[in-house]
Design a binder for this molecule. Structure first.
Ligand SMILES: Cc1cc2nc3c(=O)[nH]c(=O)nc-3n(C[C@H](O)[C@H](O)[C@H](O)COP(=O)(O)OP(=O)(O)OC[C@H]3O[C@@H](n4cnc5c(N)ncnc54)[C@H](O)[C@@H]3O)c2cc1C
Ligand code: SF4
Length: 468
């Protein structure tokens, strides 16, 4: 059989239909499509795609099993390295990781590894047998703070090693940004809930509605004051504190941080109004400021909530936008209007409500410390854009609560927790990983950090080495 140059396309909802609903946009491969795509894999040895995967999934093995229709074997192989395959198959930036280095990509389109991963994970949901229970067979109790991908991964790996594991989460629902940030049309909550249920079935305890640092502290967890005593603590509390632009008029009504906007829509289910009595009102003209995945998610959500026009204002050009290419393409298909090389300078309003964003035109200069061309304002080029709502999506930093309430836990600039390559912090017995250490990054990097820390916690508890 000759090798197909192009990957099998992903079926997706038509743009004109999908802006009317919150259902998932890509529909997933059917069996025949998955088998056809799996045929394209060259089974390289050594396989660069494994190196390109931050958690080192044996990609050729899972694709070969899939090709031979051993779907259970295929998902089992993925799960040896990745406990959230249905999530990663949907939101990981494969184009910058495994698929970027895929050998086939040197001449043709790379193998669609992410789509195959999603197929295997969804096959298990529909047909598979999951036997999750794991006995607590080892001395040692571990507390995990935060139930995002970093915390869930550390919890899963430590439970598989036989430890008693408890996850403390401030919200009523587990999953971190996977449930309160990434919208339903990209990652349905039901997918995350299933992964969390698997963890519960393994024997991991989850304590929702528990803000560590308020109800009790990390010190209490280690010393057994006010709560059970734990032998080690992993911090996976993410970066949930939004940055603002610090511009005149930013506190006018109608201006949201992306964090607040998406949390109200996703976690509080505003998209199901009136079934859920927690509406988020958007006007006819919504402007989102920023160029990352969070900005794309916000602008696309605004459209689905009824905005007539949803624009994205970004200070550089499309080539520098940090959002995934697929997300930018989906946003364009849905009619999001990109105003590139524009930067807000003030917000104008009447009666306390925002009515206009004043912007300045920008041009690109020499690269700055991020390596991207520096955006430079064009003097005298200010102009107004009429708006009813503004969503600010320019990034997040970690919340200072945990460092502030934990003895000896050092932070870096921008509030991230200091940790070494194994996740050890400056406080003995406390590890950290994910966005709380790196600043806002990706799901798979957070999972990788959870894995590394879990292995190091096990090593430390087994040997009681000194703390370095
Ligand atoms: C809108 C949006 C879209 C994104 N899209 C993508 C994408 O497409 N692909 C991708 O790879 N990445 C994406 N990301 C980034 C990715 O989601 C994050 O990098 C990842 O979730 C970080 O995982 P984490 O476990 O470190 O933290 P989080 O997911 O932030 O989880 C931290 C958890 O800790 C809890 N917590 C915080 N403080 C406390 C406390 N004191 N006590 C108890 N619990 C606490 C929080 O409630 C939360 O549940 C996106 C992010 C956002 C916001
Ligand atoms: S690099 Fe690409 S072709 Fe080679 S094994 Fe990995 S997925 Fe298959």
């Amino acid at each position: 059989m000759s090798l197909k140059e192009e990957s099998v396309p992903m079926p997706q909802q038509d743009p004109s239909d999908r802006v009317e609903n919150f259902d998932e946009v890509p529909l997933g491969y059917v069996r025949e499509a998955a088998l056809e795509e799996a045929e394209r894999c060259l089974q390289c040895d050594p396989a660069p795609c494994i190196e390109g995967c931050p958690v080192g999934i044996d990609i050729p093995k899972f694709i070969d099993q899939l090709k031979r229709e051993d779907f259970q074997g295929s998902i089992n192989t993925i799960k040896e390295s990745n406990n959230l395959p249905a999530v990663c198959g949907r939101v990981c930036p494969q184009e910058e990781q495994c698929q970027e280095v895929c050998t086939l990509g040197e001449s043709f389109e790379p193998v669609s590894i992410g789509r195959l991963e999603r197929f295997a994970a969804d096959w298990e949901r529909d047909h598979g047998s999951v036997d999750n229970a794991v006995e607590a067979s080892r001395e040692g109790k571990i507390a995990i703070v935060g139930s995002g991908p970093a915390g869930l991964t550390a919890a899963s790996d430590l439970r598989k090693l036989g430890y008693e594991v408890t996850v403390f989460e401030q919200f009523h629902q587990s999953g971190g940004v996977l449930v309160y940030g990434i919208p339903e049309f990209r990652l349905p909550n039901e997918v995350v809930e299933r992964e969390v249920d698997n963890l519960r079935e393994m024997g991991v305890e989850i304590e929702p509605n528990t803000v560590v640092g308020r109800l009790f502290t990390v010190d209490d967890l280690l010393e057994g004051d006010r709560v059970d005593k734990y032998d080690a603590v992993f911090l996976g509390t993410g970066a949930g504190l939004p940055y603002f632009l610090d511009l005149p008029g930013e506190n006018l009504n109608g201006i949201y941080s992306a964090n607040e906007f998406l949390t109200r829509v996703n976690l509080m289910r505003a998209f199901k109004f009136p079934e859920y009595d927690t509406p988020v009102k958007v006007g006819k003209r919504v402007a989102t400021i920023g160029g990352g995945n969070v900005a794309m998610d916000s602008a696309r959500t605004a459209l689905r909530l009824g905005a007539d026009s949803s624009i994205v204002i970004y200070r550089r050009s499309e080539a520098q936008m940090p959002a995934r290419d697929e997300e930018i393409q989906h946003a364009r298909e849905e009619g999001i209007d990109f105003r590139l090389l524009r930067n807000p300078t003030r917000f104008k309003g009447d009666n306390g409500r925002v009515e206009k964003v004043e912007c300045v035109k920008m041009e690109l200069g020499e690269p700055d410390e991020s390596g991207r061309p520096r955006p430079i304002p064009k003097e005298g080029s200010e102009f107004d854009i009429p708006v009813d709502n503004v969503i600010i999506a320019i990034g997040n930093s970690p919340h200072p609560l945990i460092p502030r309430t934990t003895d000896g836990l050092e932070t870096r600039d921008r509030g991230t927790i200091k940790a070494n390559a194994s996740g050890r912090t400056t406080r003995e017995g406390v590890w950290a990983g994910g966005d709380i250490v790196t600043g806002a990054a990706t799901v798979i990097r957070a999972m990788g950090a959870g894995k590394t820390a879990a292995a190091d916690i096990h090593g430390w508890l087994s040997s009681q080495d000194g703390w370095k």
